[in-house]
Write a protein that binds this ligand. Structure first.
Ligand code: ASP
Ligand code: MG
Length: 401
């Protein structure tokens, strides 16, 4: 008998009709003789609506109470889905993250799973029940409910698949799988049949918005067979695998991330230790830094620019401004109107000229590059936000059409 973990995202359970649709898919899998564990997200935009409700009352609530609130979205979904499955006449039980044994660290709002005690789930499976688990949540050492960060249900599902030794972890969404670029504005984008864990991890971290990046990290670490599919049809979907099992492509996908802000420190004193001072101040204050560029100093002064997320911008500016005299910075400039556009592909490693081709595509589209960063399997550029969609289209069409 097989064991299948399925995860259904918010759009797949957004209303009664969709919940019934999921119930039928789950029971079909069960009837084929499999044990089935299902992880669900909150219905539709529930999580966003809960955040709005909180903001109406208190714009800066404690993270503990925020997690208490946000975890309720998934609880609605698990009970409704269990009721739908009951109606179809199958044995089923729903569980909160806590009942399912998810223990996490104490970081409210972005907790990491420490362990899953799956005894209760295994007991239920032995009785041939379908088990429905609330995604995105667990409890910490104080027995408080915590959430795993936005999009965290994917991670709940992969972690469960790893612990239970599932044959496959299927992530169901409202698109057919992982695409070469966002099909909403790249008309020529197409679905990939397969992708490596490393490429998927980069795409997820660079704004592709299909899988929670931590879920991919876990899948790679525990060798979980992962598939991304649509809950609205029976198409094949995209399989995420080890690098040596997939055909190497120079570029597998193009992404855009608008959640970027750039800070430029102009006229920084050109002496050793300045970068160290700046970036240790940022890291001490918990501010994540992404792209960095430093100009060649003229002996007395240089410029250092870096990007962070829009959410961290104010804090970063405050820290830089507060240390102006220590850092010996003349001027601080910033902008939120920037986007990061990236290409990802494992075949890039041994291929010279990939960067040149990407820059050529941008040049032909008259798009200016503000910053560049490269690694083994990705190249990112920072462009003005107004140019970002055009940049993705131009680069996608250069490499993938
Ligand atoms: N409901 C949560 C969110 O919207 C978790 C998830 O959907 O994975 O972020
Ligand atoms: Mg998601």
């Amino acid at each position: 008998m097989g064991l299948v973990v399925q995860k259904y995202g918010g759009t797949s359970v957004k209303d009664a009709e969709r919940v019934m649709n999921v119930a039928r898919r789950v029971t079909d899998t069960y009837q084929k003789g499999n044990n089935v564990v299902v992880v669900v997200s909150a219905q539709g935009d529930t999580t966003d609506e809960l955040i709005e409700k909180a903001m109406e009352i208190n714009p800066s609530p404690s993270k503990r109470e925020m997690d208490m609130l946000l975890s309720t979205g998934e609880q609605i979904s698990i009970s409704l889905l269990a009721m739908a499955i009951e109606k179809l006449g199958f044995p089923v039980v729903s569980m909160t993250g806590w009942q399912a044994g998810f223990r996490t660290d104490s970081t409210y709002g972005a907790a990491r799973i420490h362990e899953i005690n799956a005894d209760r789930i295994e007991n239920e499976l032995d009785k041939r029940r379908i088990v429905i688990v609330a995604g995105f949540q667990g409890i910490n050492k104080y027995d408080d409910i915590v959430t795993l960060g936005r999009g965290g249900s994917d991670t709940s599902a992969v972690a469960l698949a790893a612990v239970l030794g599932a044959d496959v972890c299927e992530i169901y969404t409202d698109v057919d799988g992982v695409f070469t670029a966002d099909p909403r504005f790249v008309k020529t984008a197409y679905k990939l049949d397969e992708i490596s864990y490393d490429e998927m991890l980069e795409l997820a971290s660079l704004g592709a918005n299909v899988l929670h990046n931590r879920s991919v990290e876990l899948a790679k670490k525990y060798n979980v067979k992962l598939a991304v599919k649509s809950s609205l049809n029976n198409n094949e979907g995209t399989y995420v695998k080890e690098v040596d099992q997939v055909e190497k492509m120079i570029v597998r996908g193009v992404t855009r991330d608008n959640d970027c802000a750039r800070i430029a420190l102009c006229g920084v004193e050109d002496t050793p230790g300045k970068a160290f001072q700046i970036f240790s101040l940022l890291s001490k204050n918990g501010i994540g830094v992404d792209l960095i560029i430093q100009s060649i100093g003229n002996g007395t002064q240089k410029d250092i620019s870096f990007t962070t997320t829009e959410g961290d911008l104010d804090k970063a500016l405050e820290v830089m401004d507060g240390n102006r005299s220590v850092l010996k910075v003349q001027d601080i400039k910033w902008s939120k109107d920037v986007s990061k556009v990236s290409i990802v592909g494992a075949g890039m490693v041994n291929n010279v000229g990939v960067a040149a081709k990407m820059f050529e595509a941008l040049y032909n589209a008259h798009i200016n590059i503000n910053m560049i960063a490269t690694s083994e399997i990705k190249i990112s550029v920072l462009v003005d936000q107004k140019d970002a969609e055009r940049a993705v289209v131009a680069i996608h069409d250069k490499f993938l059409v």
